[in-house]
Design a protein around this ligand. Structure first.
Ligand code: PLP
Length: 399
């Protein structure tokens, strides 16, 4: 189509959203499908948050708000960061946007000029390279390996930073791998980053879903110097089952916050006013919020343990041991070049497509995550579906 811009022509549609839609369509047609594609908690938004939204509507909070968000919400975010990481951010350093995805895009628009390089660690969330390219930047991928459990090392990071590097996008816990860096590992990376003249987009959207005993650690809390160059990205989508409400935020230095405020003022204006009020309820400390987070985390941890224990019985499908988020990546590369159910498997997509066709199990092939040997399973599904889904996968590969 000639009339489309180069930007529009070059962008790939979100594979995860497309496959999820396909799984939903199969279900709707009455097929007994097990879908491991979901990128959101299978919980409804808790009632106390819904009540806060209803109250906001009743009280007439239905108008434009300040572009970077209403003050009480920015204050609640600021208090949340203080409680979690001991970090002091003024409300003016917080910008609330339409989901963390929008926050990341705002940061990139504020930082990236044409030709700037942005480091992305693979396996990565598939939207990162697309967003960098949309902003005129060049994604520079660091490919992690099994030897370091698919985590980037300080020396790999050091090597990847060049004069052209403007920023790194760092996601912990990781979508798609579910890996979580230890504090010591983060400290080693922080030392490299502290000396580099680059910005750090620290995507912490899954930080409430960590199943180790270590308290959360943000790269921003390493030192004042690093904090000034780090943009914390978070939101209410995953932790409070609020994906549809579209509230994300950044915490950054003041100059960047005001640049993003300007960008947002000329593009989307404020995030939804009612959702902002609901998010105050989510982020203000309360027993309701505590109980919800505790239950969410325990439920996901139990499912992770179940899924891993079942996968442990299938040595032909090695997987990356997850400690956070709600994803597991399975290595299907030993089937490449082999025939399964009469079909030659060459790629993770071939494997994944055949799995849907023959076993009605839907997974996400990870080529678009920069990990072509893997498929991703989300355990934002019931324990019953986990057990049935893994049973079908086992039968599928033993055939
Ligand atoms: N960052 C990562 C790593 C994600 O997986 C997602 C959502 O899937 C987001 C950001 C975006 O979250 P939001 O729904 O707040 O836009």
């Amino acid at each position: 189509m000639e009339f489309l811009s180069k930007k529009a022509k070059n962008i790939s549609p979100s594979l995860t959203l497309a496959i999820t839609a396909k799984a939903n369509a199969l279900k709707a047609s009455g097929k007994d499908v097990i879908s491991f594609t979901v990128g959101e908690p299978d919980f409804v938004t808790p009632q106390f948050i819904v009540d806060a939204a209803a109250a906001a509507m009743k009280n007439g909070h239905t108008k434009y708000t300040a572009v970077p968000g209403i003050l009480p919400l920015r204050q609640a975010i600021s208090a949340n960061l203080k409680a979690k990481h001991g970090l002091d951010y003024a409300a003016s350093q917080i910008v609330v946007s339409n989901g963390a995805k929008h926050s990341i895009y705002n940061v990139l628009l504020a930082l990236i000029d044409s030709g700037d390089e942005v480091i992305i660690v693979s396996p990565y969330w598939l939207s990162y390279p697309e967003m960098v390219s949309l902003c005129g930047g060049i994604p520079k991928i660091i490919t992690t390996t099994k030897d370091n459990n698919y985590k980037v090392t300080a020396s790999e990071l050091k090597q990847a930073i060049s004069k052209k590097t403007k920023a790194i996008i760092f996601n912990n816990p990781s979508n798609p791998s579910g890996i979580v860096y230890t504090k010591n590992e983060l400290m080693a990376l922080a030392k490299v980053l502290e000396d580099a003249s680059i910005f750090i987009l620290s995507d912490e959207i899954y930080d409430e879903l960590v199943y180790t005993n270590e308290p959360p650690f943000s790269l921003a809390s390493f030192s004042e110097k690093l904090r000034d160059k780090t943009i914390i990205i978070n939101g209410v989508s995953k932790a409070y089952a609020m994906t549809g409400w579209r509230i994300g935020y950044t915490a950054s230095n003041s100059a960047l916050a005001s640049a993003m405020d300007n960008i947002q003022s000329q593009t989307t204006s404020n995030a939804n006013s009612i959702a902002q009020h609901a998010s105050i309820a989510a982020l203000t400390p309360s027993s309701n919020a505590d109980n919800f987070l505790k239950n969410l985390k325990e439920t996901f941890c139990k499912r992770k343990n179940l899924l891993c224990s079942l996968l442990d019985k299938m040595p032909t499908l090695p997987y990356i041991k997850p400690n956070g988020a709600f994803y597991v990546m399975l290595n299907v590369s030993q089937f490449f070049g082999k025939t399964l159910h009469g079909k030659n498997i060459k790629t993770a997509t071939d494997f994944s497509e055949l799995l849907v066709e023959k076993a009605l199990v839907v997974t996400i092939p990870c080529e678009a995550f920069g990990a072509e040997e893997f498929i991703r399973l989300s355990y934002a599904v019931s324990e019953k579906d986990i057990a049935e889904g893994v049973k079908r996968i086992a039968e599928f590969i033993l055939f």
